[in-house]
Design a protein around this ligand. Structure first.
Ligand SMILES: Nc1ncnc2c1ncn2[C@@H]1O[C@H](COP(=O)(O)OP(=O)(O)OP(=O)(O)O)[C@@H](O)[C@H]1O
Length: 522
């Protein structure tokens, strides 16, 4: 394999994995900082294509190339799906590392390795954190369906993601959602008998079985995380923000009730069950806490946030849920508005800058109190003119790609504990039309190729469907307008009565009794 000499570009050769130098790319801006390395937006010099470069952290030289990166590369090489982030190539940086004076440091050959990914404009957390951002119901359905489709593909191909969270769900300006960050992912098989680590999945999205110490588990762990994301999208903020593992379990029990041998056969045999067993049983309150969610959303959420992993809904069955087949239907991703790029890293940075600015302004005020309230405020130099930017949360229709991906325009706002839900959709379309376009059931977890979805092609909202035009909703949509109507101050607060009608209204009885899916992996 030809390796590019330091500073030289392999422009003639088609890129083969690991053969090219990172110098083939021009780094534009840092867009992410993860546990395992930095992520940059970059431009390929030859083609002008915008990509994301994820630098593999090699801090711990003694342990060699990080196992997480090896896993991620191995897994991503075998996954090819529209809803899974595509790894395009691996590139290397020319070693040896330069010292502080810019001279090569002979003792240190620390050439870096980068993964080259297709560039995505947003991650879900960054997008949701934009001030004034409200997702419409068709938009939430659209994202959820893509998330489930990508995850179903992974599970069918015997890959557990094990770190589903908003910042790992990347979204482009075509409305496509892709699963990213397979650093904690691993292959599994239904006959796998070995133990797996339970120290996976970011705490707020971690299922009860892992918190209770299970070391044999399957795709159901990802489905719990999906349930947390789903509720977060509807509710407007994370629903289970525990500070540590015991508190996380307590929050889960307060929402989902305590597990016992009746609702979760076998739970008492999970290693730490006795350590965490609450002194008295707690009733499940999910339906009460989220009673303002529409009926089909609540039904689906119930099945995702089921304590017993063997009874938790699978990605495939979730895609078949009434929620996705009733009005308002998921919108076509392409109909979603285009926003300026927003990644969690940048919105956090922006929030920090804003806080600093506010503190400086406060300090200045204390040092130089204004003698008269009517005097005009001191003009800050270097501030952009407010009119050159679109309003916060406003889509930038017709912006050329370079602007849409422009590095210097990011909005952020403090997301303090008092920041109540503000971005979930408002009242929905009461006319719940039924989509008859359904095929039979099919697929399931097995080896082999990715099966077709049971219901044939996904429905898209047709004309007149509320909110297909974007988060502000079209005329008469009823989405994204009006005051926030969900309870403030956390999901366990008093549930507000009389806050508007159920989105769907309807009274149809539940159609499907879903099969248990995960028994084999428990
Ligand atoms: N292909 C991409 N396009 C745009 N942004 C990206 C891309 N890949 C990653 N990012 C951004 O970088 C962030 C971190 O990336 P990633 O999760 O892959 O790294 P990580 O080191 O594993 O992070 P973590 O510790 O949060 O799991 C993402 O949340 C996202 O905002």
């Amino acid at each position: 394999m030809a390796v590019a000499a330091p500073g030289q570009l392999n422009l003639e050769e088609p890129p083969s994995w690991g053969s090219r130098s990172v110098d083939c790319f021009e780094k534009l801006e840092q867009i992410g900082e993860g546990t395992y390395g930095q992520v940059y937006m970059a431009r390929e010099i030859k083609t002008g294509e915008i990509v994301a470069l994820k630098k593999i952290r090699m801090d711990n030289e003694r342990e060699g190339f990080p196992i997480t990166a090896i896993r991620e590369i191995k897994i991503l090489k075998k996954l090819h799906h529209d809803n899974v982030l595509q790894l395009k190539e691996i590139v290397t940086s020319p070693g040896p590392e330069k010292d502080e004076q810019g001279k090569p440091d002979g003792n240190k050959y620390k050439g870096s390795i980068y993964m080259v990914f297709e560039y995505m404009d947003h991650d879900l957390t960054g997008l949701a954190d934009r001030p004034g951002m409200r997702f419409t119901v068709p938009q939430i359905k659209c994202y959820m369906r893509q998330l489930l489709t990508g995850l179903h593909y992974c599970h069918v191909n015997q890959v557990l993601h094990r770190d589903i969270k908003g910042s790992n769900l990347l979204i482009d300006n075509e409305g496509n959602l892709k699963l990213a960050d397979f650093g904690l992912a691993r292959s599994f098989s239904s006959d796998h008998n070995g133990n797996l680590t339970n120290r996976v999945i970011t705490l707020w999205y971690r299922p009860p079985e892992l918190l209770l110490g299970a070391t044999k588990y399957g795709p159901a762990v990802d489905m719990w995380s999906v349930g947390c994301i789903f509720a977060e999208l509807l509710y407007g903020k994370p629903i289970l923000p525990g500070k540590n593992e015991p508190e996380q379990l307590t929050k889960i029990f307060e929402l989902c009730g305590t597990p016992d041998e009746v609702n979760w056969p076998g739970v008492s045999k999970i290693p730490w069950y006795n350590n965490f067993k609450p002194s008295r049983p707690i009733k499940r309150r999910l339906r009460e806490v989220f009673k303002l969610f529409d009926r089909h959303a609540l039904e689906l959420l119930e099945r995702m946030l089921t304590l017993d992993p063997s009874q938790r809904i699978s990605a495939k069955d979730a895609l078949d849920a009434e929620y996705f087949w009733n009005d308002p239907l998921p919108c076509d991703p392409k109909s979603l508005p285009k926003y300026e790029s927003s990644h969690e890293f940048q919105t956090k940075k922006k929030r920090q800058q804003l806080r600093q600015q506010e503190e400086t302004a406060k300090r200045q005020k204390i040092q130089h109190p204004q003698p008269h309230a009517r005097l005009p405020p001191i003009q800050q130099t270097g501030q952009p003119h407010p009119q050159i930017r679109p309003g916060p949360g406003q889509p930038i229709h017709n912006a050329p790609p370079s602007m849409a991906a422009g590095p210097s325009h990011h909005y952020g706002k403090p997301r303090g504990p008092s920041g109540g839900p503000s971005r979930y959709p408002q009242g929905g379309n009461p006319s719940g039309g039924y989509n008859p376009n359904r095929g039979g059931q099919g697929g399931g977890y097995g080896s082999g190729p990715y099966p077709q979805q049971g219901r044939g092609p996904p429905p898209y909202g047709g004309s007149g469907m509320p909110g297909t035009g974007g988060p502000r909703g079209g005329s008469g949509s009823g989405y994204g307008v009006g005051a926030t109507s969900y309870p403030q101050g956390g999901p366990y607060g008093a549930s507000g009565a009389g806050r508007g009608p159920n989105m769907m209204g309807g009274n149809r009885s539940q159609q499907h009794q879903h099969q248990q899916q995960y028994g084999g992996w428990q």
